[in-house]
Write a protein that binds this ligand. Structure first.
Ligand SMILES: [Zn+2]
Length: 477
């Protein structure tokens, strides 16, 4: 054994040395600025199935190769997608045909309808009941925010109510002010709400919504026109891996989606998470190269397409790799860490879907001495790519996302044009990459048999989904 090899053996689990390297490399070797420029400015909006989505996947894949990962691949999948052309809301009989600001909900069906406008307030049960006779075949005006002082209901559940009452179309009022409008979904991803093309829903700005509300009592004629189409496309996930030293056959997976909604450069949602994956992979590969320290289990680094279109990329991946009838079935990861919208402030910890790993993960976090906390979600959360893993009873987690307390103002931007490159905080993302690399390396060096057993079955998980479907997300704001 040469002197250098001996050093490597001795240093293998010298955590002080390892942490110093990972944090230093995440900071001083950072390629975050280059990646955010390429993804948000050069490539730009990355709607799943588009040419830009493919270019993003190719860029990420190339960067993973350059970073020295042991394996880097692109996994294509078929995407059930949608896009839209012109969308207008006009008032032919008012103020000389005044035009109202408009944005279709994602996957809104094509429609061209001219009929009376009916204001149903927040579309609460009592409001829809008292307007029942007027809703059928009408264009209905409804606030996305829930009615104050009631038990909060998600907008998707209220849309379901309007769909069942026979509304022809809904004009939804954006809660954000100043003309901002973000793309939203009309169906709840825990499967409540009108599915696919059941009901056309178009958004208007907070200001124009207030205007429509002022004139609604006169039952004016309103015209809503949406040029949209559904079609199949090809989309691309990227998957790279760093092979483990002691248990290469088992793995942990760090992932985030690289796609965006239409027209959004996606600085926060989700160049931040994508680059979090890329940078963590880079510093861990550098650790192998420069200090000879490999993870114990393998670490997989993936970026998904189609997240904004019902988590289709991560769903396709889980079906292919981990479902019973998957084409490339292999052992499930011991943990999925999902990175989505990291512009929430500095790293605070890990939020698990299921409780049984809480103490175990917290013990690992405690060895890092940064005050990081492990929390557990009290409900099934279907709003990002951890969900397809959790749905297969695989342990999955998220970080401190935009919907939680104590976030940055920049985390208020997603699904809109204003979510540009400047909504990604470079310095904080350096910290994320270093911290996540430290945590993953620690977790990978606990032998799979020493992890707490995952007691969940698919039917347990289905029970949880059923329990939570249609309920208001307690920390969703
Ligand atoms: Zn996202």
């Amino acid at each position: 054994m040469s002197f250098v090899e001996m050093q490597v053996t001795v240093l293998e689990l010298n955590w002080h040395e390892i942490d110093r390297f990972l944090i230093g490399e995440a900071w001083a070797g950072s390629q975050i600025s280059q990646h955010v420029t390429e993804l948000c400015d050069v490539i730009g909006p990355r709607w799943g199935g588009s040419n830009e989505d493919r270019r993003a996947a190719e860029y990420i894949h190339r960067q993973m190769e350059l970073a020295g990962l042991d394996r880097a691949e692109i996994e294509p999948f078929k995407l059930d997608t949608w896009d839209h052309g012109a969308v207008t809301i006009t008032m032919p009989d008012v103020d000389g045909g005044r035009t109202i600001s408009s944005l279709p909900f994602l996957r809104c069906k094509p429609i061209d309808i001219s009929t009376r406008l009916v204001d149903v307030g927040f579309a609460s049960a009592h409001e829809v009941e008292s307007a029942a006779g007027r809703i059928k075949d009408s264009i209905v005006l409804a606030s996305i925010i829930p009615e104050p002082f009631t038990t909060a209901e998600p907008f998707t559940a209220r849309l379901m109510r309007l769909s069942e009452s026979g509304a022809a179309c809904v004009v939804a009022i954006e809660p954000k002010t100043g003309g901002r409008m973000e793309y939203s979904n009309s169906d709840e991803w825990l499967n409540t709400g009108p599915q696919k093309n059941a009901l056309a829903v178009v958004k208007t700005s907070s200001e124009d919504g207030a205007y429509l509300r002022r004139i609604a009592s006169t039952s004016p004629t309103i015209r809503v026109s949406v040029d949209a189409r559904y079609f199949d496309s090809q989309a691309y996930n990227t998957v790279a891996e760093l092979t483990g030293e002691t248990h290469p056959e088992r793995h942990l997976i760090l992932a985030g989606h690289h796609d965006t909604v239409l027209r959004a450069p996606g600085g926060n949602d989700n160049a931040s998470g994508t680059i979090g994956v890329m940078e963590t992979a880079r510093v861990m590969a550098a650790l192998v190269r420069e200090l000879g320290v490999r993870p114990g289990m393998s670490i997989r680094f993936a970026t998904w397409s189609g997240e904004e279109q019902h988590l289709q990329g991560s769903t396709a991946y889980v079906a292919r790799h981990h479902a019973e009838d998957g084409d490339e079935r292999e052992a499930a990861p011991l943990l999925n860490i999902n990175l989505d919208e990291l512009s929430t402030g500095h790293m605070k910890g890990v939020v698990l879907n299921f409780p049984h790993l809480r103490k175990f993960i917290q013990e690992q976090l405690d060895t890092m001495d940064d005050g990081l906390k492990c929390h557990v979600l009290a409900h099934m959360d279907a709003h990002s790519d951890h969900f397809p893993f959790a749905r297969q009873a695989i342990d999955a987690s998220i970080l401190w996302r935009w919907r939680f307390w104590g976030r940055h103002e920049t985390a208020n931007f997603h699904h809109e044009m204003g979510d540009a490159a400047n909504k990604l905080n470079v310095r904080e993302l350096k910290e994320y990459a270093g911290q996540i690399a430290r945590l993953l390396l620690r977790l990978s060096h606990v032998a799979p048999d020493d992890w707490p057993t995952n007691p969940l079955t698919l039917s347990d998980v289905n029970g949880m989904i059923e329990r939570d479907a249609g309920r208001h997300h307690p920390a969703f704001h």
